[in-house]
Design a protein around this ligand. Structure first.
Ligand code: NDP
Length: 279
């Protein structure tokens, strides 16, 4: 089994399948298992880890910090600043706190978690300062729809924005109507969060049917579906070694036209613009 890679606008290749961390770091009794699973994932090649200052109020970043200790350099660590911290100084301070919790000197990618009320130019200026200081390598956004991305890309130089992390899975296909085509036109890779809808779609008959055809689990089909195009990064969260192995194996699944048609007939593609969904 091999990892696949997605090329960011600056030419950096990142794993198509990474690891999410929402709900990690919430309880001391689960921390060891979370650290062990993240480490196992890293050994398999799931070296992109997504976290955020928001998750468990910094607890998830602390878990990641323990998992990456001593093996930092080959990894691609993503964290996010909360919109209400995203003033110029607020962003710089939030990044510094994240670095401390992660026990690292730099983030590979720093995202604005969702659009807020702070003028975006402040956040962008802070991102540029953080790059100059060597505290982040690159930046991007999350939960931005086309109407938010348009003014942003007009205000910045080409190839600064590295990704938009958004909700995307079989039951959340709204971005296919306009955001995904727009992102492709602008060569902006997408990072799909909640790629298995936090487990809620796994008992769906169509998914079970396709999974049976491939002799795999529904979650693996859900992931293979998200990963079916070359510009999509998926960051499922798991604290279970069995789920981790299953998720990794999803990289080897090729969905046929019949599989895709079966899934399309139940999980309908969008026929009109919908507001961007968020979790
Ligand atoms: P996911 O779709 O990744 O689902 C995670 C849930 O599915 C967990 O309960 C996990 O349980 C379970 N699971 C994982 N793998 C399997 C499997 N193979 N079989 C059965 N169950 C499985 O949801 P998330 O919301 O966690 O999204 C992924 C990541 O995206 C987050 O962790 C976070 O990093 C990021 N995110 C970003 C957001 C943003 O606003 N930018 C919003 C939401 C998420 P178990 O641990 O027991 O395996």
């Amino acid at each position: 089994m091999q990892q696949r890679y997605v090329t960011l606008p600056d030419g950096t290749k990142v794993p198509a399948l990474g690891q999410g961390t929402w709900f990690m770091g919430e309880s001391q009794s689960h921390a060891e298992q979370e650290i062990t699973t993240l480490k196992m994932g890293i050994e398999m090649g799931l070296s992109l880890i997504d976290t955020a200052e928001m998750y468990a109020d910094g607890g998830a970043e602390m878990v990641v910090g323990k998992a990456i200790k001593g093996i930092r350099d080959p990894l691609f660590i993503v964290s996010k600043v909360l919109p209400y911290h995203a003033t110029y100084q607020g962003t710089i301070d939030a990044c510094q706190r994240s670095l401390k919790r992660l026990q690292t000197d730099y983030l590979d990618l720093y995202l604005l978690h969702w659009p807020g009320t702070v003028p975006l130019n402040q956040t962008v200026d802070a991102m540029q300062t953080l790059i100059m200081q060597g505290k982040i390598k690159r930046w991007g956004v999350s939960n931005f729809d086309v109407d938010g991305l348009l003014p942003l890309i007009q205000a910045i130089d080409d190839k600064q924005l590295m990704t938009n992390q958004v909700l995307y899975n079989l039951s959340r296909r709204g971005i296919e109507f306009d955001l995904l085509p727009w992102s492709r036109q602008h060569h902006l890779p997408t990072m799909a969060y909640s790629p298995i809808e936090q487990g809620r779609i796994l008992t769906h008959p169509a998914l079970i049917h396709v999974a049976k055809q491939h002799n795999v689990e529904p979650a693996q089909i859900a992931l293979a579906w998200v990963l079916r195009t070359p510009d999509m990064i998926a960051i499922p969260k798991t604290s279970s070694p069995d789920h981790l192995r299953a998720n990794f194996q999803a990289l080897a699944i090729n969905l046929s036209d019949d599989d895709l048609a079966c899934l399309d007939s139940t999980f309908l593609p969008p026929s009109r613009k919908k507001p961007l969904e968020m979790l």
